[in-house]
Design a protein around this ligand. Structure first.
Ligand code: NAD
Length: 490
């Protein structure tokens, strides 16, 4: 398939299964033209004082809030109407506002000014120079939030953005671009191309840096393409997040947090809890309570806003989840509640599903499932629990729930993951703008998207060095002069 061809792509509605949305995938010429226009506009954007970029971004935030209902409806149509859709505009507006509050101090902290340590006559100043055009390639889960999470700091850094959202969930783009057009200075440096993986590859050919969120398999292709062009690639990929529940944990607290962490948004969250390790002494009581609570969860099949979890956004995901469950049952797992995906009104739904008698030979304990499944495995001692939790190729997030924070903390410190929730699950959002973290294993590469330093991904630091002394002469300087100028090692 060539990107040069005009292609019409069809989009399935996750609630009805009907194809009720189509769009034209961007051609190579369109992508190149947009990239060129963005590059041109970026020069003026980055030349503006930061205070002006902040003022523009604040107007965008206000525009997002004005269009919150429309954005919520489109995001709901893309995703099947889970609750988060209704907050989408506000979540993104809050991200913009927070960055606008913090960015001046963050960038100032990253400027270096002063005398050289090794050549005291040399004064050093630093300059932060944005990558001109940042490409953002985003997935179908939380489509708008994951399209803007990197774009917001990149814009404040002075870059322009070319966004390529998922072909599975493109409905949010029209209301999003309405908000962008209300802020003309922003509209010059933020544009979108619709399309699939072929389009994504063409975007990579036209930008200076890529922020990609998606699966490990696609992440590899993106990294290869960026490697060929020698442009930076920041990859946020899949996970298989574990939780360890110790013998002293409060069962009520542990089951409430494990259930939410596993089934929120039908498990279609990169940092969903996908493996549960429970001490053998409380295993049966924990499982009984988890099953009881899981059975209280309601599907939203009758009304998108009434119910706790929605349909699968991407129908093939339901097949992956069913395959993992079949594999587990064939290998001896027992499903205690829930079961396979089922079709309701054309949508693919699934009840929270709790399994026991699982082990690490099963796909459900090894590969990303991305569904509302909670496989629970017993452990004998904490060394075994840590070994099991770390027995994975992934390392996005993890969680520990114990009788006290003092007990949980040393366990958390030994888990290979970029973030560990303690005494709860799903605390990943707490990191935003506060602390940058790294993914372990195949869950991602590149600098963090969460901490204050995440904006530095979009800035190249340049050193401006002035010699206030006499220039060194090639004919008069001797080795002894160099030795005298060198810093003491004593
Ligand atoms: P995906 O990898 O199938 O697609 C992601 C994006 O890449 C889409 O826009 C797609 O069109 C594009 N794409 C596909 N092939 C491409 C190619 N060859 N070159 C360039 N672009 C290409 O992912 P998905 O199924 O949309 O999303 C679900 C995955 O995303 C899960 O694995 C989930 O864990 C992961 N995810 C990770 C995070 C994180 O922050 N770590 C967050 C959300 C989702």
């Amino acid at each position: 398939m060539s990107v040069a061809e005009a292609r019409t792509l069809s989009v399935r509605n996750p609630r009805t299964g009907a194809v009720d949305f189509t769009f034209e995938a961007a051609s190579a010429a369109e992508i190149q033209a947009k990239a060129q226009a963005l590059r041109q506009a970026q020069k003026g954007w980055s030349a503006r004082p930061l205070s002006e970029r902040i003022e523009v971004m604040r107007r965008w935030s206000a525009s997002l809030k004005r269009h919150a209902a429309e954005i919520g409806a489109a995001d709901g149509a893309d995703t099947g109407g889970c609750h988060t859709s209704q907050f989408t505009a506000f979540i993104n507006a809050a991200s913009i506002d927070g960055w606008c509050d913090d960015v001046t101090d963050i960038l100032e902290r990253n400027l270096v000014d002063g005398r050289s340590l090794v050549m005291p006559e040399v004064e050093i100043r630093s300059q932060l120079v944005p990558y001109p055009l940042v490409g953002v390639i985003s997935p179908w889960n939380a489509p708008m939030m994951l399209s803007l999470i990197d774009a917001i700091p990149a814009l404040l850094a002075g870059s322009a953005i070319l966004l390529k959202p998922s072909e599975v969930s493109p409905r949010f783009v029209a209301p999003l671009m309405k908000t962008v057009r209300e802020v003309p200075e922003l509209a010059a440096v933020f544009d979108v191309v619709l399309g699939d993986g072929v389009t994504g590859q063409e975007v990579i050919s036209n930008v200076d840096l890529i922020c990609f969120t998606g699966s490990v398999a696609t992440g590899r292709k993106v990294a290869e393409a960026c490697g060929r062009r020698l442009i930076p690639a920041f990859l946020e990929l899949g996970g298989k997040d574990p939780v360890i529940v110790t013998a002293t944990a409060d069962i009520d607290r542990a089951t409430t947090s494990v259930l939410r962490g596993g089934v929120y948004a039908t498990g279609q969250v990169c940092y969903s809890i996908e493996r549960v390790y429970v001490h053998e002494s409380i295993h049966d009581e924990f499982v009984a309570e988890l099953v009881r609570k899981a059975e209280e969860v309601m599907l939203n099949d009758q009304d998108p806003l009434n119910g706790h979890i929605g349909p699968f956004i991407f129908a093939p995901q339901a097949e992956i989840v069913a395959r993992h469950l079949d594999d587990a049952v064939t290998r001896g797992a027992r499903i205690l509640t829930g079961g396979k995906p089922m079709e309701i009104g054309g949508g693919q739904y699934m009840r929270p599903t709790v399994l026991t008698d699982v082990n690490h030979d099963m796909l459900i304990m090894r590969e990303e499932t991305f569904g509302p499944t909670l496989p629970v495995m017993k452990y004998r001692d904490i060394e075994e629990a840590i070994e099991l939790a770390n027995d994975t190729i992934y390392g996005l997030n993890a969680a520990v729930i114990a009788g006290s924070e003092e007990e949980a903390l040393p366990i958390a410190e030994r888990l290979n993951a970029g973030g560990v929730s303690i005494q709860d699950t799903f605390l990943t959002f707490a990191k935003l703008r506060k602390i940058g973290t790294h993914s372990f294993g195949v869950s991602g590469i590149g600098g963090s998207r969460t901490g204050p330093e995440s904006i530095m991904r979009f800035l190249r630091r340049k050193a401006l060095m002035t010699n206030h002394g006499a220039p060194a002469s090639i004919t008069q300087s001797r080795p002894a002069d160099v030795a005298a100028a060198a810093p003491s090692t004593r």
